[in-house]
Write a protein that binds this ligand. Sequence first.
Ligand SMILES: *Cc1c(COP(=O)(O)O)cnc(C)c1O
Length: 357
Amino acid sequence: MSTRGVIARYRPYLPVTESTPVITLQEGDTPLLRLRNVEKHIGCEAELYAKFEGLNPTASFKDRGMTLAVSKAIEEGADAVLCASTGNTSASAAAYAARARIKCAVILPEGAIALGKLAQALLHGAVVLPVAASFDGALDLVRQISATYRITLVNSVNPYRLAGQKTAAFEICDLLGDAPDFHILPVGNAGNITAYWMGYKEYFAAGLSKRRPKMYGFQAEGAAPIVRGAPVEKPETIASAIRIGNPASWRQALEARDESGGEIRAVSDAAILEAYRLLARLEGIFAEPASAAALAGAIQMHADKLLVRGFRAALTLTGHGLKDPGTALKVVPEPKSVKADVGAIADFLGLKKGVPT
Ligand SMILES: *Cc1c(COP(=O)(O)O)cnc(C)c1O
């Protein structure tokens, strides 16, 4: 039997039985990378670790929850799944539904989706319905539809999604030998911060870790309802995956914050883009803009002297940058073309003659 995929790996901690069919693409087991170059660059003496969730099968953390949500849907006899999405949920739902050979329908806020995510959902055969609504409006629609019709909702309001996603906290504890002092992540619909906190609490209760981290969630300034304490009518940020004005797991996010002694804060789009560039240029990690909100948050915490020597912080990099190449191309200079000539290229690169060492 394979021990790969989060259900096989963490079966005792998940709501599955012998008769649950396991629909998996071998998600999870993603790298935890020490960000030594970023630490040095910003002068941070705490240890920063990035959980690169962009290396899941559909290139975001959504796969951890989707394997469980779709497996349970099949167990319960469903033949179709439904979601609203800022992009990654639809890509993941479409892939797991394809593997389970069931239908997938996705409702997208019109014109607000990164191109790679749309391509994924369509190629996996999902029925994609753009609507003239925000993500929050789209979520409202799918909640009503799934309450009345025979189709299973696989947004993070589905409890199996959060149960699957908590496995990322288990992996971090397994890899570090304990929970970190801080866990830092972007907050959109607030499912993931809820799931991580569940995971850390469970591992602690089982005696598998000796501490529980302070949870630090970061919203984008233009889409920061939890920070402001009121829903945002027209959320705006370049980080489309967290462009959410009325998070479904708002209350649970506040609980995670308060029980852990953490905070929910905001970062500007400029800080997100700066962190996005730093990850790529200093660490070789191409994460999507929403993911970079975690590093922007860590940089803000460092400036506030929260991340000092002796502490360890884990950052979730939620998705892969290749999903949204448009944003990358907006923040880099356009390549200049040169003559197809050895001398011209060497001149352009400022090379000196000699043998490579
Ligand atoms: C879904 C998503 C988020 C937000 O996660 P929530 O659970 O909605 O808070 C952040 N980044 C990326 C890349 C995502 O796909």
